[in-house]
Ligand binder design. Structure first.
Ligand code: FAD
Length: 445
């Protein structure tokens, strides 16, 4: 079958939905959304686990309480999304060693401040191209490694101003709502797609459509999906993740220019995995200042960062441990039973041998998901503007969007949202210019 439309949007995550909504508000209704998965939302995804609704993808609305209102926070407030304030700063005062003792707060604070100072220095040296010292003086002891992990994988805001916190504020709120974070996407979709009983029934949204090929020319774009369907459009907005672009799931004909493929391959991908564990009862210290706790192991990032869900869902008896990058890839490749065994060993080191076994485990696999290939883009802490511009720059009639195209807010939900709006604005501008060119040509004919 062949379908002709004005704009095809590949991917129905927050950037794709935001892009489609803006087009629709500007009178471009003849849009088709092609989504590989059987649902909208992409990296915003809830799952029912152990009697609670947990977010396996984005969990927090980051950047709240500042001089400008984070648009995602605004949406959350409008739809009464239930959220809980998270205070990460406590984490460094709840660091356990392998015998279950908590490091004294003085030592923790001192190690933390040292790590911040050394990160600032390293950044300054990199800026001036100074190779400071040749002797490796990186973190070595378990507590230093644990703090290095929370600093670099979670809290760089203490080292360098990060636009999300500068613009929108330093607070973070965990989404704890049965409708899920993804409810915000459904509310957006509802404004321009036909829905009934909370379901999207509009034929312009096509699920289970894996895009494999984009043929583009001066006249339009032909999109081929895995199931043999062909869609034709004047323009395409491609919202797939940087990981998918790197994986070459989608081929381009003619191929993308070299500067584009180089830019795509130069972006680092962060893998970030929240493992959920359900217990028959809570054996960890509860209370708001105990929400986050750290395990100091001799291997960096080995089941380091823990969170209890009692603030979000009292009585849920759920713990979350976050792993990143190589540790994420490692546990994705092994069985969930093995991961549960490793996690239990760590918990027994912290809380003693008598604690009960977990009764259920949930291990999301963002790295092995062919429609994600990682969790989010990880530009270096000072974003290379040229690199993001090259990532974002359209190729003829193909426009690029998604969190990885946001210079200021990459890696965040609001980055995805704002990028979708930006890309649609640029496309609307191009459509207007094209119309003008056409009418000028007609005049001369
Ligand atoms: P996506 O949501 O990935 O949307 C792209 C869509 O394209 C997907 O639905 C995908 O299925 C589809 N697709 C891919 N390939 C194809 C194809 N070939 N054909 C058709 N469709 C295709 N952000 C925060 O602000 N706070 C957080 O706490 C936070 N935590 C996170 C934790 C995890 C584990 C992860 C994974 C992400 C987290 N993020 C967080 C980041 C945030 O989720 C993303 O930045 C945002 O959701 C990205 O939206 P997007 O529209 O750019 O991409």
């Amino acid at each position: 079958t062949r379908t002709r439309c004005s704009v095809i949007i590949v991917g129905a995550g927050i950037s794709g939905i935001a892009a489609a909504k803006l087009l629709s508000e500007n009178g471009v209704e003849n849009v088709v959304l092609l989504e590989a998965a059987d649902r909208i939302g992409g990296r915003i995804r809830k799952e029912e686990f152990g009697g609670a609704t947990v977010e396996t993808g984005a969990g927090w609305i980051a950047g709240v309480g500042g001089k400008e209102m984070n648009p995602v926070w605004e949406m959350a407030r409008r739809s009464n999304l239930r959220t809980c304030f998270s205070d990460y700063t406590n984490a460094r005062y709840n660091i356990y060693d392998s015998t279950g003792k908590i490091f004294p707060s003085g030592i923790a604070a001192e190690t933390y401040n040292k790590a911040v100072q050394s990160a600032i220095e390293k950044l300054r040296n990199e800026e001036c191209n100074i190779i400071a010292d040749q002797t490796p003086s990186g973190p070595k002891s378990p507590i230093e490694l644990a703090i290095d992990f929370i600093l670099h994988d979670f809290e760089m805001a203490e080292v360098e101003p990060i636009p999300t916190y500068v613009d929108f504020g330093e607070m973070e709120f965990l989404v704890a709502d049965e409708r899920g974070y993804e409810h915000l996407l459904y509310e957006m979709a509802e404004t321009f797609l036909f829905t009934s009983d909370g379901k999207i029934l509009d034929s312009r949204l096509k699920l289970n459509k894996v895009v494999r090929e984009l043929q583009h020319s001066r006249n339009g774009v032909t999109v081929k999906t895995e199931d043999g369907c062909i869609y034709e459009a004047n323009y395409v907005i491609l919202s797939v993740s940087i990981g998918v672009l790197q994986s070459q799931l989608i081929s381009f004909s003619p191929p993308l220019p070299r500067w584009k493929t180089e830019a795509i391959s130069n972006v680092n991908i962060m893998v970030y995995t929240k493992v959920f564990l359900k217990f028959p009862h809570a054996f960890w210290p509860c209370g708001p200042d105990k929400e986050f706790f750290i395990y100091a192991h001799e291997r960096r990032g080995y089941y380091t960062f823990w969170q209890h869900m009692e603030n979000a869902y009292p009585g849920s008896n759920i713990l979350v441990v976050t792993l990143t990058n190589e540790e994420s890839k490692r546990i994705e490749a092994q069985s969930d039973e093995e991961t549960m065994r490793e996690a239990m060993e760590v918990l027994r080191n912290m809380f003693g041998q008598d604690i009960p076994n977990a009764i259920d485990i949930l291990v999301p696999r963002w790295w092995n998901n062919p429609f994600q290939r990682g969790s989010y883009s990880d530009y270096s802490i000072r974003v290379d503007r040229q690199l993001v511009n090259n990532i974002k720059e359209p190729i003829g009639r193909i426009f690029f969007t998604g969190e990885h195209t946001s210079e200021k807010f990459n890696g965040y939900v609001h980055g995805g949202y704002l990028s979708g709006i930006d890309t649609s604005k640029a496309l609307l501008e191009e459509m207007r210019a094209e119309k003008e060119r056409e009418s000028e040509n007609q005049y001369f004919l």
